[in-house]
Design a protein around this ligand. Structure first.
Ligand code: F6P
Length: 344
């Protein structure tokens, strides 16, 4: 009897998704398993937007950004969607489903498996590097490289114009991208969600640099960085606009304005935005994505469901989706302490 494995990519796009798709298909066809590609995340399973993937259709995908399947932030956990998913699951004769996603998609996957009985295997992806249960996720390495290159380039203008350059980076509620790009790019200060900041200290540090003959600085700000409550400088309206659950962004602008007003230092802001997420994955991300994809199919062959493929040390292994769901992984304390050595 033929086996059919569904494959979908959910959440924000991320460099390495296509490498997983290619790996899943290549590993599956080698064992006569058919892979059905589901378009636009869970939405495709609801709508029956599904097509067979072949060795031919995934050829050469490892270096391409985005996802050939498309993606969405659709949440299938409602009665109408679940009913349609059940019908399509039977129509296409699926035996299992590989879901490649970040925290939101993996949390949904856990519920689809635990509460609705779907045989699901998760594969972690996100530039934010904030998934619990895996040492790192593909996409992160590429995003850090992009952000580092931006910091390198901004150094030139900062130095030439004696300016403070504020660089806002992504990362949701974790400061991984900010911290690692900040270390790699030689940032003079890094503001992350895990460590509420005081503008008085930020400005003090920048003025001290000026006194030391360093009138330029690079400040990397994570999109969810927040002021310490005892030194809040945003209005309630501004806070609501910046820290929206569905889409963060804008804190860099406010930090830059405050720095200029309080220190008199010429200050500019750059928001990296989706540039961090687009384009070709790094070699590291291609390899990690490929290993996770192969492992996920091998888990399906052993009927190991309700699990997520994960990197632990140098090995690819599996962790329970229940361990992963509804959590996020803050930036490593030790790495942040290393970054702090270079502040000022
Ligand atoms: O989770 C990845 C990520 O790029 C975050 O860093 C960012 O906050 C968010 O997605 C943006 O999401 P959207 O594509 O929905 O605007």
């Amino acid at each position: 009897m033929e086996n059919y494995l569904g494959l979908l990519t959910g959440g924000g796009d991320c460099p390495g998704l296509n490498a997983v798709i290619r790996a899943v298909v290549r590993r599956a066809v080698a064992n006569d398993i058919r892979v059905l590609g589901i378009h636009s995340g869970w939405q495709g399973l609801i709508d029956g937007d599904i097509e067979p993937l072949t060795r031919h259709s995934v050829a050469g995908l490892q270096y391409k950004g985005g996802t050939i399947l498309g993606t969405s932030r659709c949440n299938p956990l409602n009665d109408a969607a679940l009913q349609k998913i059940r019908a399509n699951w039977e129509k296409y004769g699926l035996d299992g489903l590989i879901v490649v996603g970040g925290n939101g998609t993996l949390s949904c996957s856990m519920r689809m498996w635990r509460d609705h009985g779907y045989p699901i295997i998760g594969v972690p992806k996100t530039i934010d590097n904030d998934i619990v249960g895996t040492d790192t996720s593909f996409g992160f390495d590429t995003a850090v490289s992009v952000a580092t290159e931006a910091v390198d380039r901004l150094h030139t203008t900062a130095e030439a114009h004696h300016r403070v350059m504020v660089v806002e980076v992504m990362g949701r509620h974790s400061g991984w991208i900010a911290t690692c790009a900040g270390i790699a790019g030689g940032a003079d200060l890094i503001l992350v969600p895990e460590k509420p900041f005081r503008l008085s200290e930020v400005c003090g540090l920048l003025l001290k640099r000026k006194e030391m003959g360093r009138p330029f600085s690079i400040v990397v700000v994570a999109e969810d960085a927040r002021a310490h409550p005892d030194e809040e400088f945003l209005t309630e309206e501004q806070r609501q606009r910046i820290y929206r659950a569905e889409s963060l962004g804008g804190i860099g602008q406010h930090v830059a304005r405050q720095i200029e007003e309080r220190t008199g230092l010429s200050t500019r802001v750059t928001v990296l935005g989706y540039i961090q997420r687009g384009g070709s994955p790094s070699a590291y991300d291609r390899v990690l994505a490929t290993r996770l994809g192969v492992h996920a199919v091998e888990m399906a062959m052993r009927r190991e469901y309700g699990l997520m493929a994960a990197l632990r040390g140098t090995a690819i292994t599996s962790v329970s989706l229940e361990e992963v769901a509804d959590k996020h992984r803050p930036v490593d304390e030790d790495i942040f302490r290393t970054a702090e050595v270079f502040f000022g």
